[in-house]
Ligand binder design. Structure first.
Ligand code: URA
Ligand code: SF4
Length: 206
């Protein structure tokens, strides 16, 4: 079989989240499925009003199959709580559904997905947004923003306000991993506060 150009051959016609998630287990839309443990699809219900989009699953997400359960997820949980958004009422997903990494001995080091991976995985995000029809989408970090907006943006230039996109309002903020990297160094409180402030822009829609 020749290589698929993206995930679309695996995306079913159904917009039930359960159907999407089970179909995604079989996805071979790019090569990232191969070294990963499993697909990490999403968490949350179709009734969610807020969709949060991350970059890709990390090591712990790859092992558990659930998004945002590792250290970055804990930062996100704290920030959501401060912003008054109930994590359980939000839909959490990623721009890329398999963990891209490099093996270094026993460790698996995060490797940023490339544009072609974002493009390959995009049909899943489109199907999820069609299923959930949220009132607002929050893109966590530049990679997620690129996937959601379909154009490159600099976080510093687009954060701090609601972007009135044709489909629905979008809020772009920093990725919780970027906040986490500052922990124990200067700048953590400010970066965390910035994340919370951006999330608060989405709170009225939640
Ligand atoms: N980082 C992400 O972008 N997504 C996850 O699910 C976990 C960490
Ligand atoms: Fe399919 Fe996305 Fe996984 Fe690539 S990363 S195999 S497109 S689910």
């Amino acid at each position: 079989m020749s290589e698929a150009k993206d995930a679309s051959p695996w995306v079913p016609g159904s917009r039930e989240l359960g159907d999407l998630e089970s179909a995604a287990q079989e996805c071979r839309g790019c090569e990232l499925w191969q070294p990963a443990t499993q697909v990490v699809f999403s968490s949350g219900e179709r009734s969610a009003r807020v969709v949060l989009v991350g970059e890709q699953p990390g090591d712990q997400e790859d092992r558990s199959g659930e998004p945002f359960v590792g250290p970055a997820g804990r930062v996100l949980d704290e920030a959501l709580a401060e912003a008054g958004i109930d994590r359980g009422a939000a839909y959490l997903t990623n721009a890329v559904k398999h963990f891209r990494h490099e093996q270094r001995g026993k460790r698996r080091i995060h490797a940023k997905p490339e544009l072609r991976h974002l493009a390959a995985c995009r049909p899943w995000l489109d199907a999820e947004l069609e299923a959930v029809e949220p009132r607002v989408v929050v893109a966590l970090g530049a990679t997620a923003a690129r996937a959601v907006l379909d154009r490159p943006v600099k976080i510093g230039e687009v954060r701090g306000r609601v972007l009135e996109e044709p489909a629905r309002p979008v809020v772009v903020t920093t990725h919780p991993s970027a906040v986490l990297r500052l922990r124990g160094r200067g700048g953590y409180d400010e970066a965390f506060g910035g994340l919370v402030a951006d999330l608060r822009l989405a709170t009225p829609y939640a």
